[in-house]
Design a protein around this ligand. Structure first.
Ligand SMILES: Nc1ncnc2c1ncn2[C@@H]1O[C@H](COP(=O)(O)OP(=O)(O)OP(=O)(O)O)[C@@H](O)[C@H]1O
Length: 532
């Protein structure tokens, strides 16, 4: 007979495994046991000398009574007692096992019948997992409603060029995650990271979605050497001694106009013809040319080679593009000018494995994407050339794209550069960090390229299904857990960590406070550098 009571009388609750198969375990616990979805389990198989690990994936009521309607009959409480015959059936998803040599293996066998199940394993039990972690710490291993203290969850820097996705419904802690991740990148200095912050909050802090004041990356003074902020905000520029963000005319190409404006097919064809021509020449050509009776034979301006390319184009689309170039230069003068670009400095900072934050508060959505696409194109071009010119590997860069469904949805020629980065970037050391609330609106071909998934509370079934089918590790059995994740909690599936890890993401403010303290810098160091 199976005992429902814990099998030992010490403090930790121990039960016995009764079934199921290689991919799903089952055991039973008393009807009043406090057990939660996401609880970690250690299963000791003394017969075979193996230690299995699993996670509670579902809990249901069960009993030993033959009458299937015992609990709905009138006066049932008089005939049946809530004793040992009434219990909870617990389903658990296997994570893997430690073999006789202490090596962690995928769950390809099942523990012996009645193996001991410990429902509250500690850091010692998970010592093997510490060895599997990488350099970019983001939180602690979550165990049901708590954490396993002493077991940090840290992503591997080397896999970041293989793209990452951060999926969270609004308010679930996505901004906090990005700041913690960035701070850890500043500390590790293993690759360059580019983030565009249209809300101007990542650098100096601001207000969270719930209205609470928050700190920013500049407050992580001990890691200050790993951060370069480029801003258009004059006040911040002086107060925090930041870099000024400038793009110059030559940084752009005709296709960049696609991000700022919707174009008809004929207008798009003209932009294609203009291909790789220098931005400064294009802007000057469209500024000086009157297209009403444009004829390449009579063209007398200074850009004959551009006029030649447009010899078959009609005045209509050319006039529209003339207006668009005018709007481009007129409406974006806060960061776009004839000469003098910050991109070489940005690239240098990325080469030095810094986090580069582009701080553009109050900028329009299209301008934000324009800035990101221009910089991304420059990075891609540089990394593509790298293979030709140099023997050593190019430096690794991770480019974060917030609300990525805007540029990585299905179709859409506007955002070719991001698509190229998603499809071929990894070959050149360029990874994308795709952040979105709506994974189902991201092109499935892009999702298939992601190798790290950070899933934070997704309410929508369609969104969860698409994530489960795209992740490289099986997340389908964790659906209940993902549905019940709280703010600041995530299921992380990534390369080099052997199973999807449930993580309590560090809260940013205490995390950087701890990092600052750990490095024991003089207390007024940040003040001297003008950070606060
Ligand atoms: N890991 C965490 N630990 C503690 N608190 C957290 C954590 N993550 C988020 N929070 C808190 O939850 C609230 C929402 O977090 P956050 O602003 O990061 O959400 P968000 O998903 O970025 O929201 P939005 O999409 O609206 O920007 C904040 O008050 C934040 O401090």
């Amino acid at each position: 007979m199976t005992h429902l009571h814990p099998i030992d009388n010490d403090d930790s609750a121990k039960y016995r495994l009764i079934g199921n198969s290689v991919l799903s375990y089952r055991f039973i616990v008393p009807h009043d046991a406090r057990i939660y979805v996401g609880d970690l389990l250690k299963i000791t198989d003394r017969t075979k000398g193996l230690t299995f690990y699993a996670k509670v994936s579902d809990i249901c009521h069960a009993c030993n009574f033959a009458d299937p309607r015992w609990d709905t009959r009138p006066y049932t409480g008089r005939f049946y007692e809530m004793g040992e015959d009434v219990f909870l059936g617990v389903e658990a998803v296997p994570l893997g096992y430690l073999d006789e040599g202490g090596r962690f293996r995928k769950p390809n066998t099942v523990p012996s019948k009645f193996s001991e199940v410990v429902a509250d394993p500690d850091a010692v039990d998970f010592a093997f997992l510490r060895e599997e972690m990488g350099e970019i710490e983001v939180g602690l291993l979550k165990n049901g409603r708590g954490v396993v203290e002493g077991v940090p969850v840290a992503l591997h820097a080397r896999v970041m060029a293989q793209h990452m996705g951060v999926f969270a419904t609004t308010g679930m802690g996505k901004s906090n995650f990005m700041k913690v991740f960035s701070a850890s990148c500043m500390k590790a200095r293993e690759f360059g990271m580019l983030i565009v912050d249209p809300h101007g909050e990542y650098a100096t802090g601001g207000r969270s979605s719930t209205g609470d004041p928050t700190r920013g990356l500049l407050h992580y003074t001990a890691g200050g050497d790993g951060l370069a902020v480029f801003t258009i905000d004059q006040k911040k520029l002086k107060k925090y001694h930041l870099n000024r963000l400038w793009l110059e005319y030559d940084d752009i190409r005709a296709s960049d106009l696609n991000i700022l404006f919707d174009h008809s097919d004929p207008q798009h064809d003209v932009l294609e013809l203009l291909g790789d021509l220098k931005g400064s020449d294009l802007i000057a050509f469209f500024e000086e040319t009157d297209f009403v009776d444009f004829d390449v034979e009579n063209y007398t301006g200074g850009f004959k080679w551009i006029a030649q390319k447009l010899r078959t184009s009609h005045p209509g689309p050319l006039n529209v593009l003339k207006r668009h170039f005018e709007i481009l230069t007129r409406n974006n003068d806060s960061f776009f000018r004839k000469e003098g670009s910050a991109i070489p400095e940005i690239i240098k900072a990325l080469d030095e494995n810094k986090v580069v934050l582009i701080d553009i508060p109050a900028m329009s959505e299209r301008s934000e994407l324009f800035v990101l696409s221009v910089i991304t194109r420059k990075i891609m071009a540089r990394h593509r050339e790298w293979g030709v010119d140099k023997e050593e590997e190019p430096p690794q860069v991770l480019i974060a794209i917030e609300e990525a469904q805007r540029v990585l949805g299905t179709g859409g020629r506007r955002t070719q550069v991001f698509r190229e980065a998603a499809m071929e970037g990894r070959k050149f050391g360029v990874g994308l960090c795709v952040i979105t609330q709506q994974p189902k609106n991201i092109d499935p071909r892009v999702l298939a390229q992601l190798n790290t998934f950070v899933v934070m509370g997704l309410g929508d079934r369609g969104d969860r299904d698409i994530i489960a089918s795209s992740a490289k590790q099986d997340l389908s059995q964790m659906d209940t857990e993902i549905q019940t994740l709280d703010t600041g909690e995530a299921v992380i599936s990534t390369l080099k960590i052997p199973f999807p890890v449930s993580t309590k993401i560090h809260a940013f403010d205490p995390y950087i406070q701890k990092l600052n303290q750990d490095t024991r810098r003089p207390i007024d160091d940040g003040l001297k550098r003008g950070f606060f």
